[in-house]
Each structure stands twice: as C-alpha cells, then as structure tokens.
Design a protein around this ligand. Sequence first.
Ligand code: NAD
Length: 479
Amino acid sequence: MGHLIGGSSVETGALFENRSPVNGESLGSVFSGMANHIDAAASAAADAFPDWVSASGKARRQLLHRVADLIVAREQEIAFVECMDTGQALRFMSKAALRGAENYRFFADLAPQANDGHSLPTQDHINYTTRKAIGPVGVITPWNTPFMLSTWKIAPALAAGCTVVHKPAEWSPLSARLLHEIMIEAGVPAGVVNLVNGFGETVGKALTEHPAIKAVAFVGESSTGSAIMQQGAETLKRVHFELGGKNPVVVFDDADIERAVDAAVFMIYSLNGERCTSSSRLLVQSTIYDEFTQKVAARVKNLKVGHPLDPSTEVGPLIHPRHVQKVMSYMDIAEHDGATISVGGTRTADEGWYVNPTLFTNANNSMRIAQEEIFGPVLTAIPFSDEAEAIQIANDTQYGLAGYLWTTNTGRAHRVANQMDVGMVWVNSENNRHLPSPFGGTKASGIGRDGGDYSFDFYMETKNICVAFDTHKVPGLGK
Ligand code: NAD
C-alpha cells in the first residue's frame, strides 16, 4: 500500500508488514515514508491551499457532505477493515463509519460560517474580527480507533479551509487509506488531502518539523506530544494535543448502583480498554466498595472475549504483541505492589493477541496500576471514604482528560464536577458524544479542545480590524 500525495499513489521506499491482531497474519505490506515523501506532500498541500481556502463555504459544505455519503456507502467495508486491522470488536466498529460520516456532515454544515467573526464597537471605533484558515496542517493519528479519529481531525480542518498532510499510525494504517480514497473519489481537489504512511520517529518527525506545515493536530501518547512540541519548536508550530488519560469513575453510595455498574464496565472494557476516555480507575465509596466491586467482578468474568468479527464478541485482541507485553507487565506490577488480581490477569489460549479482562482490587492510588495508563481491558478499583477524599484521589494523577461521577445528590454532582481537574465530566452517564461540545484534556492529557467552533479556533487565524469613525483625537506630534 502506497502513499496518496497530490491525488496520486506513490509507491517508493522500504516496505513494512502490517499484521492483524487476530492471528498475527500479514494484511499486506505498506510503504514506509521518509522525509522526501513529507516534502512532496507538504508542497502539494501548500500548492492546493490558495484555491481551497478561497472556495466558498457552500462549496466546501457540498463536497464534505459528498464525502459523508461515500463513507456511508462503504460502511461495512470500513467496519470489517477496522476490526481486522485494530482488533476492535464489530459490535463497536459497526458504527465507526457512520460516526465518521457524522463528523463530516457536522463540520460541513459549519463551513459557510467558519470565517465569521465578531463586531465589537466602541464610541470612536468599530473593531471587527474575521477568521481565515491557517494553511497546510499535519494530522497525526493513533492506532486504537483510527477511522473515527482521522475524520474527527480532518473534517474540521477541511471545513475551515486548511489543506492536510495525514500520517496514520503504523500499527493500523488501513482505514486511513479508505478514507483518503473516499475523499479523492468525492472530488476533494488534488493536494488538499495527502496521506503518508510510516513510522513516527521518521516520517512523523519530518511532518512536525516541516516549514510549510503551519500546525499539527496530534492524538496519541503524552510522551509523543512532548516530543512533537520540541520537534515543532524551531518552526513555531501551533499544536493541538489529545493525549493519554487515567480517568476516574467516582461512585458515591447514593448512586443508582445498577446503572453505575453498567457504565463503569462499559467505559473500561469496550474498545478493548484501548480508549483515551476509558474509566480506568474505579473509585468507590467504602460503604459500598465490596458490594460494588463484586458486581463488577461478576460482569468482568462474563465478558465475551473473541474474534472481532463475531457479533457477540465484547473484547477482541490487543493491537500488537508489544502492547500485549506492556499490558501483561502490569499483572506482576499489581501483585508486587500489593493489589489483588480479582479477575483475569492472564492471556487466553487463542493464537491472536488476546488478554483476559482484568480487575484489580485492594489497590490504592499511589500504586503504578493507579497512576500509569495501561490502555488495555484492565480496571483498578480503589475505595474512598468521603467527598473530599474522592476529589483528592480523582485529581491525584498527572492526567486530566475525563471524569465520571455517579450520585443522586444534585448539589454534590455539581460540587464534585467543579473540583475535578479534567477537561470533561460525565455525571450519571458513560461517555456520550455531542459534536458542538468541547472535547479535550488538562495537565498531561492535552492542549486545546475539539468540537464545534473550538475546532475552527485551532485551524484558523483570527484577525482584528479596527476602523475609526473619524471622531476621536489623533495625537499630533511635531506640530
Ligand atoms: P503514539 O503516541 O505512540 O502514536 C501516535 C501517532 O504518533 C502515531 O501515528 C505515531 O507513528 C506517531 N508518532 C510517534 N512518535 C512520533 C514523533 N516523534 N513525531 C511525530 N509523530 C510520532 O500513540 P498510540 O500508542 O498510537 O496511541 C495510544 C495513545 O493515544 C494513548 O496514550 C491514548 O490515550 C491516546 N489517545 C488519546 C485520545 C484523546 O482524544 N485524548 C484519543 C485516542 C488515543
């Protein structure tokens, strides 16, 4: 599989094998880009920018809706490819294409007003603002849910009037190729979107250092975000980071227990736990800790681990043997630190890269299983005594992406939500997406917000224009 640069397939350079998590078999070889491919893609994006940015918002809206239509038409193919390439279960991926299409439709409809600004009159002047796309941008995506995340980044960039060079993750590059083929088929002009495959340390780095690329939208690990910030420093890149998390789900003893169990189990074991917003720390009030963790344990034992294309599968194989090794290392770490492996802790006997869903109990928040992002089907349960301790534990982490909160006490819901140091709080709910609302994290979980106009703020420059009414006194020097 080659790159797509300036609307054409480019097949040069070394190849790497892309293997399926299901059985380790090759899904095909992929050309691994180098700095020269980024040069070509960035030039194509720069050449395409003037026409794309000056196209009307209406024209962009129409084209992006066409992309959405073609995504929907290839819905099943996208779902199957995503399952086999990432190991994510079909029950979740069957909607991946539709959600991706929704991203295009949502930002398509905002395109005609993307340039709109504010009117800020004073007595002697009127200030007004306009917005214009920043230029060619780099989009770097991770391996966990690549199709959805690529659309979430690329759709607003295009709607704003930016051109794009996209580098998908080397462990699951296939659905990005489908997306770019679809965009080209829909009529997105040559060079407006470009796809370069390959490894982060080479081609990803070259993209973040390229002078023609004005901003980098990145989704991935916090340490990679930090590297990208350094790599982009010389060319003063604007960056937007959606990074890791160690998100708490806080359950008070007045919560609706059955709904809270459903949500806690869903938010860590869906998507194989390979999810930035997973509720990987379960904080339960001590008065209900045993009852609650027993209910969770019963559900975890019952989860159906299996082939991602089996519609009954709830947990599929993890992305890569290296990731399995990382996740499994936490089983020893948990025992060494004094936690109990209440469920799981082992791999399955299957040939793929499967890990049994795992629950750690008897844990405290200073343990590594409570502080480090494991990014697998692994949950750490920690008791707390009262509201103050719940907030203290919830915030005692380097991360600040999401928090989940279960209580029937309205005042407490607002108090605790306000004191959680995170970018997003869900009260009595699992993660529910709302495209106009801001999405992003604090601390090591990210910089910036996506969603609605927040996305445009990143992909666009705001200009202020100040016009006098010819009524104020202009200072006269040297008269
Ligand atoms: P990663 O940081 O290893 O890789 C992400 C992308 O960055 C890949 O395309 C990779 O090739 C590239 N990359 C690696 N080194 C680079 C470099 N030096 N310069 C430029 N690009 C480079 O992340 P991952 O393992 O693919 O994904 C898992 C991580 O993503 C988790 O930490 C997860 O929490 C995070 N994530 C966050 C969100 C969010 O919205 N906050 C969403 C999904 C995933």
